[in-house]
Design a protein around this ligand. Structure first.
Ligand SMILES: [Zn+2]
Length: 216
């Protein structure tokens, strides 16, 4: 860029005044232990220093996200291979998008179940709406153990119950994702139907008896 161009003049002034994006960059470099001198006389050294800074920040962000993920209420996170990225649309994927959407929901425990990862651990009403096992309806219950959904498990995954090891295997192996997606799609639709048809207790008069958990 010619020396007198307006963007160049503004950029040099930002550096000289140590404000705005320049202050953010130097702060980022300091926090991550990277070298960024910000010297306008050595502008040719900036690309290398900034490339290294971007690499370190990306690595740090990824590690930070993994630590946060391990600390969520998703019971499958500590067991899973976190390097697998089912939602990366840039990869040459064989799985159709609708399958990957279900895989993502199961891997991240993002289904709107009664005991979702965004529920407080002491929130009321976290029990399964479908069965009478008296278990919280989290992703493990929906995917692996709820007896109301066992026919879908048997049809698509070959077993009426899945333990955590089996669930992790299915979610970590792409060749299983079609079957997992089919299970999730049909099981979710069935759950939706049952909740809509039978779980009307929220609107019933207070004096009536709660029979909503005894539908299986
Ligand atoms: Zn259940």
């Amino acid at each position: 860029m010619p020396h007198g161009r307006y963007p160049g003049v503004v950029a040099r002034e930002v550096v000289r005044s140590e404000i705005s994006w320049f202050r953010a960059l130097t702060g980022l470099a300091r926090r991550h232990g990277c070298e960024f001198h910000g010297d306008l006389e050595r502008l040719n050294e900036w690309p290398e220093q900034l490339d290294e800074l971007v690499e370190v920040v990306c690595r740090s962000w990824s590690d930070d996200m993994k630590i946060r993920a391990q600390a969520t209420r998703n019971p499958l996170y500590p067991l899973r291979n976190l390097e697998i990225r089912p939602a990366n649309l840039l990869l040459d994927e064989e799985s159709p998008l609708w399958i990957r959407r279900w895989i993502l929901r199961l891997r991240g425990a993002l289904l709107a179940l009664n005991d979702g990862i965004y529920s407080r651990s002491d929130a009321p009403g976290r029990l399964c709406s479908l069965c009478n096992l008296n278990e919280n309806e989290d992703v493990v219950h929906f995917f692996g153990t709820c007896p109301v959904l066992r026919e879908f498990r048997l049809r698509y995954l070959g077993s009426i119950v899945l333990d955590r090891e089996q669930m992790v295997y299915l979610l970590d192996n792409r060749q299983e994702w079609l079957a997992v997606g089919q299970f999730a799609f049909h099981a979710w639709r069935y759950r939706e139907f049952l909740v809509k048809e039978f779980n009307w207790f929220k609107w019933r008069p207070k004096h009536t008896k709660d029979t909503t958990r005894a539908i299986y």
